[in-house]
Ligand binder design. Sequence first.
Ligand SMILES: [Zn+2]
Length: 124
Amino acid sequence: MIRRGQISELDCRTAESMVARYMNHTLKTDEMEEFLDHIEHCPSCYDELETYFIVNKVTQQLDEQEDGSVLDFQKLLEQDIRRARRNIHKRRGIQFAGGILTVILTVVLVVFFIFIFFEIKHFW
Ligand SMILES: [Zn+2]
């Protein structure tokens, strides 16, 4: 059920289909943001992600370490989500900086050509 304002536009079916891609880090910036917005307000999808996350981490842990230490998966997932959020900001920041740089370069080029144009006119 979708309650306006409480749960983002993303419906649960779509969010659930994105869980695997979240784990593989193959979501685009916008998709990632929509996904995070959804799971933060939707307990059933959060559970889905948590289950997937735990299975994934347990498998990884079996491969990597055998010291028997038990990881706090809930905390790990929270950290993972926070990291994903920071990544969104970083990617947006890079996009923004890139845009600003393009504008500055364009202005510099235009000014340069105007300058050259007037310099050439002086010579004639
Ligand atoms: Zn949901």
